[in-house]
Design a protein around this ligand. Sequence first.
Ligand code: PEP
Ligand code: MG
Length: 753
Amino acid sequence: MLETLHRIVKKVNAAPDLEKALRTIVLMVKRAIDCDACSVYLIDANSRGYVLAATEGLRREAVGNVVLPRGRGLVGLVAERAEPLNLSDAPAHPRYLRISETGETRYLGFLGVPIIQNRKVLGVLVVRKKAQREFTEGEVAFVFTLAAQLAGAITFAQANGELDTLKTTSRGSRFLEGSPGSTGVSIGQGVVAYRMADLDAIPDRTTEDIKAECQAFRSAVTAVKDDLHRLRDRLAEEITAEDIALFDALLLMLDGDTLVTETIALIEQGQWAPGALRRSIAAHAQVFDAMEDVYLRERASDVRDLGRRILMHLQSDRQGPVQYPVATILVGEEVSAVQLAEVPSDRLVGVASASGSSSSHVAILARAMGIPAVMGATNLPVGRVERRELIIDGYRGRVYISPSPAVRSEYERLIEEERELTAEAESLRGLPAESTDGVAFPLFLNTGLVNETGNANNEEIAGIGLYRTELPFMVRDRFPAESVQAANYRRVLQAFAPRPVILRTLDIGGDKPLPYFPIREQNPFLGWRGVRISLSHPEIFLTQVRAMLCAAAGLDNLQIMLPMISSVSEFDELEMLIKRAHDELLEEGHAVAMPRIGVMIEVPSAVYMIEELARRVDFVSIGTNDLTQYLLAVDRNNSRVGKLCDDLHPAVLRALDQIVQGVRVHNRPVGVCGELAGNPLATVLLMGLGVDSLSMSVSSLMKVKWVVRSVSVARARQLLRAALRMEDAQQVRRYMEEVLDDMGLGGLVRPGR
Ligand code: PEP
Ligand code: MG
């Protein structure tokens, strides 16, 4: 039976669309168990009833036409109870509803099993027998197990469907759901991102003229570099140098990197240039695809984008220039940062991508340009939105296609309000980030891309609160040399001096493996990561610390932060190593100063050891991303449990409270550098907790500052006390939304004001 089950699920998963998937289900189930009919009913788009979506045994003409009303009939009963129902004589049941159009009156035995995904009943799988007999326990178990597996397959198949699968709001307007990529709302016309050459369709082919193929490949690479430089220059005036670094990273990949040399090597083995390119791009993308870290996984799409660009030049089949409407919303299966850059910025008003997440380059770029973006809208019917009117709601991750006049005018109003809100936020520039009762909350920047210096002129930034050093390690094919690291750190330290810069030591492992330092573990998040690797490999740690100390020579603004500390001995040992690096450098004649050393609190054990840790360190910074994942036991990158990973959970707030109080015993400064610090919904709570500083991405700065300037610490403490008593994250979230509404700042966390 298990094998039959696997076969059915596999076949359903491979079906090209929902209709075929459902046909496969009913056909195979009817064959697999002793029954006379098998049908699937799915909840209709308006949730008013259950539509007969497929059948084998009942009348085919009824498919799509028969709707069983909610709350009535046996199918309704199964859905209501969300439990199987096994009857020998269905018509004798008081809830039986006679539906003659399906021809089901001939059947007596009835087994209905709910199809449930994420606690929601998607439909009901029904098998019928003519005979007056219940289904056996084995049959019930089979259909039950199958229905559980099919829920995923149905969701997946729906995702491949088109406009008929759209959800409907209470007002009857359809929208597609994705995740917020960049906040804001906009209305415009869809332009499907330039469909480039299909690399996957390139066959293997041998070549006689290796020299000519190499030459063709090299000129294609040069042409792509020229394109990238051109786009980079065009954007240079609009986005910060930090975001421009995305283009630098792509250019870096083409500059003597393994991508080019590996392709050339394949050509030299006799493969023609397009085939060699396909292979080396696939190999590179695969490395990134396999990474746990969402940021790095997204790099796979950059690699594929580069591949398609090179192929396009190899094939010389450039299309003519696209005519962009005045308000363009760029739409695509996998919109790339470069495609976004191709749209004239005065015409680009929104982005919707069927794949990707808020860590995608295109989302990062959209945030930098202040353009709303929705990512991972899996149902997006890309082929059907060209030139159609779209609305992008980057707060809620929604895309409206051909919105109704009512929805349109509602969003027009929200856009107007957004404009007013932004103008008001800008008027706070230059004013101090302090509460109404005069307590300062300096706002720092989280950073870690290749080129960090772009924000140095931004006077809103008190310094760098978290520099994630692992990214420069990840974009290379070996550990960067001490001098390379030092040059990197120097750039940042110098640009922000005299403001403090907190460099975090290498936090690899877990979700951030290095391609050249493979770690295979069952539970990487609970394994060899962060300072655990530093302690096993002091040579890697010492090299990095030496680079940091040398980089700070004469600047005196370096602070070193240690990630993933779970016990005090780890700190003691690492502190000794830092002192050793310092002494050695002095002996070698370098004029380096001993930096302030701090720890990140992101592991529950460190929360309980906070006093002992605080006594030893110069500062504490709370990493709420990991702290939430470890406290709540939810993988922060697993979308299945994504909704549980809520950093507003009262357990997280209580842990923060304990940390702040523990740190206060030794009078050390304590900041927050996890995502919570940049969420305006949490600002009041963090102020109430009494943290000393907040570190966030540049796009959150003005919003958080606005909240800081709108409330007193005394009031924030009261609100915090109430939140600390709450029982779940939803309650805290709703409460804080009301608080922001009362302050007139609800618009910071949703469309409009
Ligand atoms: C955190 O865990 O909150 C944090 C800031 O570190 P990272 O997101 O890099 O793990
Ligand atoms: Mg962390």
